[in-house]
Design a protein. Structure first.
Length: 512
């Protein structure tokens, strides 16, 4: 009997394969990593073939570890990194490495798009700003710089859609990923002729958009041999990682909010109408749950900032963790807890790879401000976490002008940090909850999508059976007052350095 749901979370650093029972129990998981090629300052690519290898190896390993037979898999569903550009030919063969969401090379193309369509009009259609972060602008870059490859492009696919094509032979996407391409009309749930005409890109280059819980097809014979799955096993369309995480965290109805804190980070809500920010700092996406939207504000490097701090400043903790056999981040947390809120006057702008919300500036870079001869190494560690939380706090404040936010659920690898959860609560001035699973919320969301698609679950509300709050950080009034005083200084620091970032960017271009 087919009992299990196989969910894949195709992320930035690797693919996590997970098995869930119909009761929502995590039966097993395993991860297969793949590299990211960062170069030219703010370019980022991955090989789609590496994704496929990770899918195949993690599937085979997971089935073996869990002692589950291929015939016991009822459905396969994917969540995937969003806003990328994976150009494939008419047969679905990748033509070049995929340009990732954080790749910022298409700034010139974004500027040209704005010459053809007004930013406010664009935002009203797509729910997003014109930006180098999105699929459409990246596709324009391909057209301008790689005309031969562009001429052979049959479709541009998001990450999970490429894998779905390898699994089923069918090219399609879901509404959540479609809404992250910057070519989709959120008012009509269809590709936007107006935007595509302005970009000079044919709608034929984009796949058919479907509901996340639609069944795409069955595993092909070729894919079955590669993955170890049974040919004909149903595959759901799935969703983009942001919307899947919203499902997996229980953010499936209006009035709920969450923060994903992984390599990148976002604050997201579930609403029935778009949240229109006059300054266009936040975005609107289609939710994986039919009938809802999923507005969010996203920053480029959050957990990536944490990792960078570990790798550059925490050799002591890394070595000690290896000696003890523990997680170095636990020791980093202990060091941070010895530093008072405010990091003794040290401020870090955590913009290691440009920034989206709230600045939308691909040239933004990190800065350390306020150091003195009294500044200690541990102050830098705390200031890095506070910088990420302060930037996310700006996003929370933007949304609070439209809807109340009284509680935030925090997920992702960064949510393991007790001290970071508390900083969040103090900055946001509301309780911050963590769940019984932190890094599986995205795959759990994909599993729920798959379960709805296969008729295992009646609707998305089934997630309420699976979510349990394990920890609750409550805000401290004194620390919140301190962070409230620091926030305008944080914003002022960015604005004061904006031209410096641009000047440094010109120097980097000359160095190349």
């Amino acid at each position: 009997m087919a009992d299990y749901i196989l969910a894949h979370d195709l992320g930035t650093t690797g693919n996590k394969a997970t098995l869930y029972s119909p009761a929502g129990q995590l039966v097993g998981s395993c991860t297969a990593s793949y590299p990211t090629h960062y170069f030219n300052g703010n370019w980022a690519e991955q090989e789609p073939e590496e994704w496929w290898r990770a899918i195949c190896s993690s599937t085979r390993t997971l089935l073996a570890q869990a002692c589950v037979e291929p015939a016991e898999i009822a459905v396969v569903a994917l969540s995937g990194q969003m806003m990328g550009c994976t150009a494939v030919d008419a047969d679905g063969v990748a033509l070049r490495p995929s340009l990732l969401y954080c790749d910022q090379r298409a700034t010139v193309q974004a500027g040209r798009l704005l010459e053809a369509i007004d930013m406010e009009r664009f935002y009203a259609i797509a729910g997003h700003r014109v930006s180098a972060s999105y699929t459409l602008e990246k596709l324009m870059w391909m057209r301008d710089h790689e005309p031969a490859l562009f001429a052979n492009t049959g479709k541009t696919l998001c990450a999970k859609d490429y894998i779905n094509c390898r699994l089923t032979g069918r090219m399609a996407t879901d509404f959540s990923d479609a809404s992250g391409t910057n070519a989709f009309d959120l008012n009509r749930f269809a590709w936007s002729d107006e935007i595509l005409d302005a970009a000079g890109i044919s709608a034929d280059l984009f796949p058919e958009p479907l509901e996340s819980s639609a069944l795409l097809g069955g595993i092909t014979d070729v894919a079955a041999r590669a993955t170890g799955l049974l040919a004909g096993t149903p595959v759901a369309v799935g969703g983009g990682d942001g919307s899947c995480a919203g499902v997996g965290v229980g953010c499936v109805r209006p009035g709920t909010a969450y923060n994903y804190l992984g390599s990148s980070s976002w604050i997201a809500l579930t609403v029935t109408e778009p949240i229109v920010d006059p300054l266009m700092r936040t975005m609107n996406w289609a939710h994986c749950v039919p009938g809802y939207l999923h507005p969010s504000g996203t920053m480029q490097t959050a957990g990536a900032t944490h990792k960078w701090i570990k790798e550059t400043l925490c050799a002591v903790e890394v070595a000690e963790a290896e000696r003890r056999g523990c997680d170095p981040y636990e020791l980093i947390d202990q060091a941070i807890e010895q530093v008072p809120a405010g990091a003794r006057g040290l401020l870090i702008l955590p913009y290691l790879l440009g920034e989206r919300t709230p600045w939308w500036n691909p040239e933004a870079r990190a800065a350390f401000i306020g150091a003195s001869l009294e500044t200690q190494r541990e102050d830098f560690l705390r200031a890095a976490l506070e910088g990420v939380s302060l930037n996310l706090g700006i996003i929370v404040d933007i949304f609070r002008k439209h809807v109340p936010i009284e509680n935030i659920t925090m997920i992702g690898g960064g949510a393991r940090s007790r001290v970071w959860r508390q900083i969040h609560a103090d900055v946001f001035d509301c309780p911050v909850e963590s769940l019984n699973y932190l890094e599986e919320a995205t795959s759990m969301g994909a599993a729920v999508i798959g379960g709805v698609a296969a008729g295992i679950f009646p609707d998305f509300g089934v997630i309420d059976r699976f979510v349990q709050v394990r920890d609750r950080a409550l805000p401290d009034a004194g620390r919140h007052a301190l962070y409230a005083a620091i926030t305008p200084v944080f914003e002022h620091a960015y604005r004061a350095l904006k031209e410096v970032h641009s000047e440094l960017g010109r120097i980097r271009q000359c160095e190349r």
